[in-house]
Ligand binder design. Structure first.
Ligand SMILES: *Cc1c(COP(=O)(O)O)cnc(C)c1O
Length: 476
């Protein structure tokens, strides 16, 4: 088969866009969770690649026949299991345009527009979230798009090591005891970053949390730091979370930040999910203390209508980040970089190569505008409040953690068994999808609102189903 001609591309492209539009129209008709057994999709695929090319229609046909049955429908209006992975029309189109341009924007010179659109869009997003001035490109800091919050935490860890080691870590490796602090509720990516960076999990200090709010205990953090200093270790990094994955707890960033500033410890704030809330002025209390952060990230690919993958990461001092990550082989030398007048985002991330992800974020911010983004976040918060009201009005249930954003954590009062059974029965119905966590040891249901297609009626319907499934007298 020769290359697809532009005219063939046009025709197949229209068909692919139609396929997506039809999928979104009918996504609610599918069971939320994939029903396929392990190996089922694999077995339906030929063992060997085709020797001769096939028409593109054959791929679309197999998408329906083989792939769809193996899809968990994240865009289903009753997908409540994980934080949403909001998809939207403008994001998909922006991504398609990025693919069509086929640009690899590792250096400013490999496509100036890829860098400069990203710089502008990240400044826009910093303004929309009301982040500190020092994160803007016009200051010593700046923003960059990473693939994920996990990568953001990793590069923050490497920059923190660079600072704590006075730059020596790049040459000597890890010769001292560098310590990292995060709460027991932090995301697993913190431990992963500590491992990848070579710090070692023995140097990861797990800070206690308040038993009611599940927020980091700054007193315990201070005690851990003092003990490490006394033992000759180098306190290097604190990762605070605004909106933990388990229950959306908010660490006391003002107290944590003051301690970090006093001790010269890098503060990374992980707001992967809840950062989106800061588009709404009435939710910005959740971001108190971010002015102390050396770095901060949020995932527009969660709650901000931008298809996976898109993590927005900012640093207050880009020189520290670039110092940690820049390696300059001869073949990447160029006049623009040497002039010092441009940003080369390759030095702000782990890989060299980078996609033109800014196009999809730009497309989203322009389509929705600030007011559209605020309306979307407010809808998710309102849905969570409505659900919480229903739960509180039913004495069989209890809400086990504060719910400032779009996640509600609740359980049947009493033992874990009935809660496990309830979740299993709900998810087996195919009508909706919830997940679980443990809060103070107790098995707890997690219901995350804020999906792009989720409306209040879906929340009401889900609650009816939850209440009815919990109630059979035979089980009580
Ligand atoms: C989801 C989440 C992450 C991980 O996000 P990725 O972008 O998938 O790496 C990290 N931290 C928190 C608090 C999260 O909720």
């Amino acid at each position: 088969m020769p290359h697809m001609t532009p005219e063939e591309f046009r025709a197949h492209g229209h068909a692919a866009v139609d396929w997506i539009a039809d999928y979104w129209t009918r996504v609610a008709d599918h069971p939320v969770l994939a029903r396929s057994a392990p190996g089922e999709v694999l077995a339906a695929l030929p063992e060997h690649p085709p020797e001769t090319g096939e028409p593109f229609d054959a791929v679309l046909a197999d998408l329906d026949r083989i792939v769809l049955p193996g899809i968990t429908h994240w865009q289903h209006p009753s997908f409540f299991g994980y934080f949403p992975a909001n998809a939207s029309g403008p994001a998909v189109l922006g991504d398609l345009l990025s693919s069509g341009l086929g640009v690899q924007g590792m250096l400013w010179s490999t496509s100036p527009a890829a860098t400069e659109v990203e710089t502008r869009v990240m400044d826009w997003l910093a303004e929309l979230l009301d982040l500190p001035e020092r994160f803007r490109s016009g200051s010593a800091g700046g923003g960059v798009i990473q693939d994920s919050a996990s990568s953001a935490t990793l590069v923050a860890t490497l920059a923190a090591l660079h600072r704590a080691g006075g730059g020596a870590v790049n040459h000597e490796g890890i010769r001292r005891t560098y310590t990292v602090y995060t709460s027991s509720q932090a995301h697993s990516s913190v431990e992963k970053a500590v491992r990848i960076a070579g710090i070692g999990t023995a140097q990861l200090r797990v800070v206690d949390t308040d038993p009611d709010t599940l927020a980091m205990d700054p007193g315990h953090l201070a005690a851990l730091v003092a003990a490490d200093l006394a033992a000759g270790a180098v306190p290097t990094l604190v990762v605070a979370t605004i909106g933990t994955t388990s229950t959306t707890a908010i660490d006391p960033v003002p107290e944590i930040g003051a301690l970090c500033r006093e001790r010269g410890i890098w503060l990374h704030v992980d707001a992967a999910y809840a950062g989106a809330a800061a588009v709404c002025p009435e939710l910005r209390w959740s971001h108190a203390g971010v002015e102390y952060a050396d770095s901060y990230c949020t995932d527009p690919h969660k709650w901000l209508l931008t298809n996976f993958d898109c993590d927005a990461f900012w640093v207050a001092d880009r020189a520290e980040l670039v110092g940690a990550l820049s390696v300059l082989p001869e073949y990447l030398r160029n006049a623009a970089s040497e002039s010092g007048a441009v940003l080369d985002y390759r030095d702000w991330q782990v890989p060299l190569g980078r996609r033109f992800r800014a196009l999809k974020l730009w497309s989203v911010l322009r389509w929705y505008g600030a007011e559209g983004l605020r309306a979307h976040v407010r809808e998710g918060v309102a849905q969570a409040r409505q659900l919480a009201d229903r739960i509180r009005a039913d004495e069989r249930f209890e809400i086990v953690a504060p719910h400032p954003f779009g996640l509600v954590c609740f359980r049947l009062r009493g033992a874990d068994g009935p809660n496990e059974a309830l979740l299993a029965e709900l998810n087996a119905s195919g009508q909706l999808f919830l997940t679980h966590t443990r809060v103070r040891g107790a098995y707890t249901l997690r219901m995350a609102l804020g999906g792009a297609q989720t409306r209040m009626e879906h929340v009401e319907q889900a609650w009816k189903q939850i209440a009815a499934t919990a109630s059979p007298p035979s089980r009580r």
